[in-house]
Ligand binder design. Structure first.
Ligand code: ASP
Length: 585
């Protein structure tokens, strides 16, 4: 028998029993005649003791153990005189009478502890060592618990887990496809799924009624923000449902997972219309763990002699701001930092106007010369400003003003410590748009994917003003992150074809890319809808990770590289030739 117990289970109840433990040497300490070894495995840490007076040879052997050696220790469980209440096994130690080195280890390139000295890239290169750190192990365990709870809930609600293929034809989600060349049909390519969207819809046509899958998706995107080229979704689809049914089902699932994994009872989720999210928070995934809404000022700005405001109003822009409560005494330097923040290239605001409602009762602003005290007081009223507040105002194109203020609101919350780390801000964003204008050409492109059903009330605008059409689509936002998106789908062949046309697909393209799907809709497609959760991001939030990489066992770095395997890598010419690819010189 390799071991009788794990390193996480022995307590005072086991005193005097003879045990065998296996694990990794986390730490050794020599205290005069005694040598202590912390032995670690997945389940915890147990202290081993070697006494030079009792067994000098064994003690010498123990002193030679290096960090991360794999050992087997036999000995007697004994009550500790110096107990450690922070450890599950802190009441006992093992007086070792036999020691076996099962494997040695080179000195690890960073310390295998929660507070490690290894930078992220190094930890990713040696991910198998990184995963030995309790903080990382815990994330992997929570991830598994969450998946288990998800399966329990969905199984109990009659969902069937069905695998869909990875070598397929493109399913568009707005990113580029990863392509796989076919060896047997040279010049032909499979696409890896950006999501199983079309396949799960076809499963509804097949009558499966309720489907789910915990599935890898692949999106070849430029590395903006916290993304991974391959990531996991909890992908779900239901037949004969309206939006309400989908919301009810998956709100229930989120609550179930929170209860099971964190023992937290979540309140019901509010539903925030997309347009309100944009207007009041400047983003479709606001962090609602703190208040602070955007206030629009175009009316108040009318008739001022301030040319910036005049120009913005005339060019249909937006003047708006936020009330940074309690920040009136921000220094010149702090205000300058905030100005730099809004002017950063990816935000691109021209500048930041402030109005201080100072503690001494005065109102001072960066545009004093252009506004009377009376006007500033009036503006303050719109923000419900009180003594001690600081108004921060931006005037620019609508989208830019909103985005900048959405970011600024978060920045102030961070600086002021407004975000309660133990709070959960979870809610639905509903009535998302069906199309959005392409940034360059202004023509409609799909906002989510081309299979979302339009809102019945907005069908009238499909031909005349498609950008005004709301979709029956929704997101679930958690602490400022989108963790789910979904929609009721189009199940009518004509409507689906019409949407493809608005998106500018030619008849030939429609047939080539989606012919099989539209064809399936001829054979009794039921009304259906669903959603997909971004599992990695959800795990990240549940485990206090900072990036989704923290929630993935073997992630890629920010430039899409697997640092451990060193992928992507070159392949030899023979292999390329076999799949019909010739690299040009
Ligand atoms: N396929 C969608 C996505 O990946 C989710 C859905 O609409 O169900 O975002």
């Amino acid at each position: 028998m390799y071991r009788t117990h794990t390193c996480g289970e022995l307590t005072i109840k086991n005193c005097n029993s003879e045990v065998i433990l296996c694990g990794w040497v986390a730490r050794t300490r020599d205290l005069g005649g005694m040598t202590f070894v912390d032995l670690r495995d997945r389940y915890g840490i147990t202290q081993l003791v070697f006494n030079i007076d009792i067994n000098p040879d064994l003690c010498t052997q123990a002193r030679k153990l290096g960090r991360e050696f794999v050992i087997q220790a036999t000995g007697k469980v004994t009550e500790r005189s110096n107990k450690n209440p922070n450890m599950l096994t802190g009441d006992i130690e093992i007086i070792v009478d036999n020691l076996h080195v099962l494997n040695t280890s080179d000195v690890p390139p960073f310390t295998i502890e929660d507070e490690t000295d290894g930078g992220e890239e190094l930890r990713m290169k040696y991910r198998y060592l990184d995963l030995r750190r309790p903080i990382m192990l815990n994330r992997i365990l929570v991830r598994a618990q969450m998946i288990k709870a998800v399966r329990e809930y969905l199984d109990a609600n009659n969902f069937i887990e069905i695998e869909t293929p990875n070598l397929i034809k493109s399913t568009p989600e707005g990113a580029r496809d990863f392509l796989v060349p076919s060896r047997l049909q040279k010049g032909m390519f499979y696409a890896l799924p950006q999501s199983p969207q079309i396949l799960k819809q076809l499963l509804m046509v097949a009558g499966m009624d309720r489907y789910y899958q915990i599935v890898k998706c692949f999106r070849d995107e430029d590395f903006r923000g916290d993304r991974q080229p391959e990531f996991s979704q909890i992908d779900c689809e239901m037949s004969f449902v309206r939006q309400e049914d989908v919301w009810h089902m998956f709100e229930g699932m989120v609550k179930y997972v929170f209860k099971k994994v964190k023992n937290i009872e979540l309140p019901d989720f509010i539903r925030l219309p997309y347009l309100d999210a944009m207007k009041y928070y400047g983003t479709d995934k606001p962090d609602l763990r703190f208040d602070c809404k955007i206030t629009e000022l175009n009316d108040a700005g009318k008739g001022s002699s301030f040319t910036v405001f005049e120009n913005v109003i005339q060019s249909n822009g937006l003047i708006a701001g936020i009330n940074a409560k309690g920040c009136s005494e921000y220094s010149r330097k702090q205000i300058d930092e905030l100005t730099e923040f809004v002017k950063a290239p990816h935000r691109g605001a021209g500048g930041l106007i402030y109005v201080r409602f100072a503690k001494d009762g005065t109102i001072k602003s960066s545009v004093d010369k252009l506004f009377t005290q009376e006007q500033l007081t009036q503006i303050g009223k719109l923000f419900y400003a009180e003594t001690g507040d600081l108004l921060l105002i931006v005037a620019d194109k609508i989208n830019k003003t909103r985005k900048v203020l959405g970011d600024l609101r978060l920045e102030i919350a961070r600086r002021q410590g407004w975000i309660d780390k133990n709070a959960w801000g979870i809610f639905w964003v509903v009535d998302m748009p069906l199309f959005e204008a392409d940034e360059e050409t202004g023509t409609p492109v799909f906002a989510h994917h081309p299979f979302c059903s339009p809102h019945a009330d907005d069908l009238q605008y499909m031909d005349t003003d498609p950008l005004k059409v709301r979709a029956q689509s929704y997101d679930l936002v958690m602490n400022g992150n989108e963790i789910l998106s979904g929609s009721i789908r189009v199940h009518n062949k004509q409507l689906q074809e019409k949407i493809f046309s608005i998106l500018g697909f030619s008849e030939e393209e429609k047939e080539k890319r989606f012919g099989f799907m539209v064809n399936a809709f001829k054979y009794g497609a039921p009304p259906h809808g669903g959603c997909a959760f971004g599992l990695d991001r959800w795990v990240m939030l549940m485990t206090g990770g900072e990036t989704i990489r923290d929630a993935i066992a073997f992630p890629k770095n920010n430039s899409g590289r697997d640092l451990m395997m060193d992928a992507p890598a070159e392949v030899d010419n023979e292999q390329l030739k076999m799949v019909g690819i010739r690299l040009s010189e």
